[in-house]
Design a protein around this ligand. Structure first.
Ligand code: GRF
Length: 206
């Protein structure tokens, strides 16, 4: 391969707190060559997060970083940044990361932190977004929900500049399980597309 054609793989750090199905989608896209990138570290604030196991299975360093009692958010975030920085990520992906990050973390990775949220822009920020969407549907307030990927410039909750979003229909017979499943399927595709778009990588259609 000539030097002109050689592009080093982009380096992704993924922060999780739970199941890690979005992490898995990114790992799969990387290993399938769909995303010319590699996950260089996965960090969880929760030791029991299943996503840590997904990282280990993929041969990716899996680091547990719980917030200690008495530690301030800023202290924790500064330590988190110091933990992630040596991996030199091009992008930090919050994929089910359940902590609000302060400037002590965000300023270290300025313009390089993105988050996935299971609702359309401006809708249902915070936790239980899918349940709240289903409740709003039953109340006749909405007919669809969706997912979005956005930049995280500050402590605002699920509200930074939008990179990509996609609608997800809510169907008459939906339960929280069926709707959650449909939302997650959409998330897994949109997250990979959004990463490619941010890093200006070409992604073959799946
Ligand atoms: C996803 O719905 C994500 O949008 C939200 O938390 C959930 C994490 O799911 N922020 P998983 O851990 O990726 O399976």
């Amino acid at each position: 391969m000539s030097n002109m054609n050689f592009h080093p793989k982009r380096r992704l750090a993924v922060l999780i707190s739970g199941n890690g199905s979005n992490l898995q989608a990114v790992l799969n896209a990387c290993s399938a060559g769909q995303l010319p990138a590699e996950v260089v570290v996965v960090v969880s604030n929760r030791p029991e997060a299943f996503g840590l196991e997904r990282a280990r299975q993929a041969g990716v360093p899996a680091v547990v970083k719980p917030k200690l009692p008495g530690q301030s958010r800023q202290e924790y975030d500064a330590e988190l940044a110091a933990l992630v920085q040596p991996y030199q990520p091009d992008l930090v992906i919050l994929a089910g990361w359940m902590r609000i990050l302060t400037a002590a973390f965000l300023d270290v990775f300025s313009g390089r932190v993105i988050n996935i949220h299971p609702a359309l822009p401006g809708m249902f920020p915070g936790t239980h977004a899918i349940e709240r969407a289903l409740d709003a549907y039953h109340a006749g307030e909405i007919r669809e929900t969706g997912v979005m990927v956005h930049y995280v410039p500050d402590e605002g909750i699920d509200c930074g500049p939008v990179i990509a979003h996609r609608s997800v229909p809510i169907l008459a017979g939906d339960t929280i399980e069926t709707l959650t499943d449909r939302v997650h399927q959409t998330e897994h595709k949109l997250l990979v597309e959004a990463i490619a778009s941010v890093l200006q990588l070409a992604v073959p259609p799946s």
